[in-house]
Ligand binder design. Structure first.
Ligand code: SF4
Length: 210
């Protein structure tokens, strides 16, 4: 695990939750908020059993646990971890970019809420993530999520350097037509040109534990 936030009121809507950060992500968005988590082979900040001990100590105090990253669905042990968290009595949440729709499909029965990043219109994905074909995978995940009936929120990080406001407006309509029930647009936190600072695959480090 790349780190842990013991308490959040904003990362899992309607819940007092802990955030567990998973290491590794196959995409390289220029505006990545957690670049220190991108390398799946970097030394872990803590092992899962340590997280489990922490969660045991928070039974009755927290409502939920949200897995974030990085990209949690990269990790093969995520289904087992979600099942453990549920067995402890916590609601389960997931932050994902939707790059593994086939894995997401298997995870949905274990989830109470999903925050799905929709990085833009499908044709803008390759430029934003640095990975060809990434848009199709994310939008396939959206379809699976909507069809599942699991509570969700789509989130778009936007900057005029990524795509124009006209496309942002069309994106909102496209999401509504696709059945998304909630959409949040958040400002890009990279100063200047968000396309100029793509993190490299060699970056390593651990997420700060607070
Ligand atoms: S999908 Fe993009 S923003 Fe999210 S963790 Fe991966 S590189 Fe960062």
């Amino acid at each position: 695990m790349g780190g842990l936030t013991p308490l959040t009121t904003i990362d899992f809507p309607g819940r007092l939750a802990a955030v567990v950060y998973c290491q590794g992500c196959p995409w390289r968005c220029s505006y990545c908020h957690n670049p220190e988590l991108l390398d799946a082979t970097a030394p872990a900040a803590m092992p899962w059993p340590q997280v489990r001990v922490f969660l045991e100590s928070r039974r009755g105090l927290l409502d939920g646990v949200v897995f974030s990253g990085g990209e949690p669905t990269l990790q093969a042990a995520l289904p087992a971890a979600l099942a453990e968290v549920r067995a402890m009595g916590f609601a389960t949440g997931l932050h994902t970019g939707g790059m593994y729709p086939e894995r997401l499909a298997g995870l949905l029965p274990l989830l109470d809420w999903v925050g799905l990043d929709i990085k833009g219109p499908q044709h803008r994905y390759d430029a934003i993530t640095g990975v060809p074909g990434s848009g199709g995978r994310a939008w396939e995940s959206l379809g699976l999520l909507v069809a599942s009936g699991v509570a969700h929120e789509c989130r778009t990080t936007w900057h005029a350097g990524l795509f124009p406001t006209e496309e942002l407006q069309v994106l909102g309509n496209t999401l509504a037509n696709a059945g998304a029930v909630r959409w949040k647009v958040q400002p890009c936190n990279v100063g200047g040109d968000p396309t100029a600072a793509r993190p490299q695959k060699s970056e390593q480090g651990s997420h700060v534990v607070s």
